[in-house]
Design a protein around this ligand. Structure first.
Ligand SMILES: Nc1ncnc2c1ncn2[C@@H]1O[C@H](COP(=O)(O)OP(=O)(O)O)[C@@H](O)[C@H]1O
Ligand SMILES: [Mg+2]
Length: 327
């Protein structure tokens, strides 16, 4: 089926040219072919799942925000989590990453239960996330934001700074931060306050900062939202780069062209539940997915978020003590 014949949702026509990221960042895909025998149905088994969620539910008052029966995330792939606004994507991310507690359910990372494990401990075990709204600290320099990524994520305490070993560690951490800034073409911003950066640069810093703990699983909540097309291509290249170096990526994204361009597998949420899984092509042709989007979009724009929606989605309990500003 060609793009023109595909019903409902326009997938795969990347604005600005899907080939651009590939041309600039010529990354190999270590999981090419891995999904060929995976059934495109909700809850399908994966050959080598790094993350498994079972019966994960979360309610807010009378509202069921998340109700995920079973989900397996394939190791080494880029999995997109899509769905209309309010589908429960951010809440599900919060539950998987320890930023919120589910009412029921279990999550297994690399064969080990992570139920009730705090975010910084999950970082030690190889799982980090970024936020829909960037959490870069405006009044800290970019390099200090990077260093905080290592400190916060590993749960270091400020008193460790008094120990002699910390000095050596700090140099090592700063070196890692500088190397990542270089990789993300942000070296020129190193000593600027993060508050002076554009929204797109903040997204880059947040992705770079997430890598400070050398994670095996990187979870990105709307990494390209509000980013101009040029930087979007750059971010896309970086996400493919994470996969090329063997990391697993799960990302939430609204832009279907982006999803089609970089995802190996797509998981669709609606009203808290997973309603479809498949390759980008499977999903583009799936009538349930088209219904879910059409049903929810006559009254809300795909891309635009009201301040209220953002404030609600990124509410205070998104951020446990110590996540930001209080090492
Ligand atoms: N802290 C909260 N308190 C009450 N309701 C919430 C909270 N966080 C999210 N919700 C609600 O849960 C549902 C799912 O929200 P969210 O996970 O942010 O969706 P998505 O990220 O897919 O847009 C929405 O109806 C939202 O209003
Ligand atoms: Mg969200």
């Amino acid at each position: 089926m060609t793009d023109e014949q595909r019903p409902g949702i326009e997938f795969g026509k990347t604005a600005g040219g899907g080939g651009a990221a590939g041309a600039i960042h010529d990354h190999v895909n270590p999981v090419a072919g891995v999904f060929d025998d995976v059934e495109p149905v909700p809850g399908s088994k994966k050959p080598d799942p790094i993350l498994i969620a079972d019966h994960v539910t979360k309610t807010f008052g009378g509202l069921t925000a998340v109700d995920v029966e079973h989900l397996e995330i394939q190791r080494g792939g880029i999995t997109a989590l899509i769905g209309p606004n309010g589908a429960g994507k951010t809440t599900f991310f919060n539950l998987l990453t320890g930023f919120d507690k589910p009412n029921t359910g279990h999550v297994v990372l690399d064969g080990q239960s992570i139920d009730g494990v705090a975010p910084h401990k999950l970082a030690n075990r190889g799982m980090v996330r970024t936020f829909q709204l960037t959490k870069a600290l405006s009044r800290m320099t970019v390099i200090d934001n990077m260093k905080l990524g290592a400190v916060n994520q590993t749960g270091e305490h400020f008193w460790r700074a008094l120990l002699p070993i910390w000095k050596r560690q700090e140099q090592e951490i700063e070196g890692r931060g500088d190397a990542l800034l270089d990789r993300f073409n942000l070296t020129h911003m190193r000593d600027e306050f993060a508050g002076t950066m554009s929204g797109g640069q903040r997204k880059l810093v947040e992705m770079a900062r997430a890598l400070m703990t050398d994670p095996k699983l990187v979870m990105l909540d709307e990494p390209m939202a509000g980013v101009n097309p040029a930087l979007t291509q750059s971010l896309l290249g970086h996400v493919k780069g994470l996969r090329a170096e063997g990391r697993t990526v799960i990302f939430v994204e609204h832009d279907m062209d982006v999803v089609h361009d970089i995802s190996d597998w797509v998981v669709v949420m609606a009203e808290g539940a997973i309603i479809a899984e498949g390759t980008p092509d499977d999903i583009a042709a799936n009538p349930d997915v088209i219904d879910a989007y059409l049903g929810s979009h006559h009254d809300s724009d795909f891309e635009s978020w009201s301040d209220d929606e953002i404030a609600q989605a990124e509410s205070a309990d998104d951020t446990p003590a110590g996540e930001e500003g209080s090492p």
